[in-house]
Structure formats: C-alpha cells, structure tokens
Design a protein around this ligand. Structure first.
Ligand code: AMP
Ligand code: ZN
Length: 122
C-alpha cells in the first residue's frame, strides 16, 4: 500500500530520504533513526512511514501498526544491547506533552551507566 505522507513534515522527508538522518533500520512501514539531540546514550526514534500526526489520531485500524511499532522498538533495544539493562519508550502527545514533531514516533532511550541519569525529559 502506498505510504501516506505530508510534504512539509520532516519525519516524512526522512522516511522518503529527502532529508538525511542516521537511519538504523527501515522497512515499508517504519523507519528508525538517531535523535538529533540525544537525551540518553542511546536515543532513537521509531517512526511510522505513514504520516499520522500523533497518538490522538490513531484509530482501530491502526492497532497492528502500533503493535508492530512497539515490537520493533523492543527488537532494536535488543540489537543495541540495552534491553538487559532496561530502557524507556516514550510517546509525547500534543504540545503540553512535549510533542514538537507532528508525526507519530516512539522515543527509545537507554544505555545509562548510572541509574540516576534515567530521569530524562524528552
Ligand atoms: P517530540 O518532542 O516527541 O516531537 O520529539 C521530536 C524529536 O525529534 C526531538 O527529540 C528532536 O531532537 C528530534 N528531531 C528533530 N529533528 C530531527 C531530525 N532532523 N533528525 C533526527 N531527530 C530530530
Ligand atoms: Zn510526517
């Protein structure tokens, strides 16, 4: 199925290779890349290729897509070697929730040496 994209969205542009990013994984549905301003030793963004503006826009039909996004985040955490020590998965939702890019993405954060550093704000 064709990807739904917004030509003005920077994460759509990353998914379409119109904007460069440090991409670790991609397939037809998802793209995983390094956050440009990392808040943890490992800070990755797991994004859908389809332009969905936020968690507030997801519908019943997106269940599988969202499940796949979380499963992919788990797999990437394992591949990055941060699964055993633990990690955070964060969706910021809306401006009040700290969301600045209106394209669905899950923050994957981990790799801290000192537990106290886990108090991050993304
Ligand atoms: P949020 O606040 O949840 O919308 O998260 C957006 C995240 O995207 C922030 O952590 C930014 O540092 C990150 N970001 C913004 N522009 C880029 C970019 N061009 N490449 C990678 N990460 C980006
Ligand atoms: Zn987008």
């Amino acid at each position: 199925m064709a990807v739904i994209f917004d030509p003005n969205c920077i994460f759509c542009k990353i998914g379409r290779k119109e904007l460069s990013a440090d991409i670790l994984f991609e397939n037809d549905a998802y793209v995983v890349f390094k956050d440009i301003q990392p808040k943890a030793p490992v800070h990755l963004l797991v994004a859908t290729k389809n332009h969905i503006s936020s968690i507030m826009e997801i519908q019943e039909k997106d269940k599988e897509l969202i499940g796949g996004l979380i499963l992919l985040a788990k797999k990437i955490a394992q591949d990055q070697g941060i699964a055993a020590s633990g990690f955070k998965l964060v969706f910021n939702v809306g401006r009040g929730g700290g969301q600045v890019i209106d394209h669905l993405h899950l923050h994957l954060l981990g790799g801290w040496a000192v537990p106290a550093q886990k108090k991050v704000e993304v």
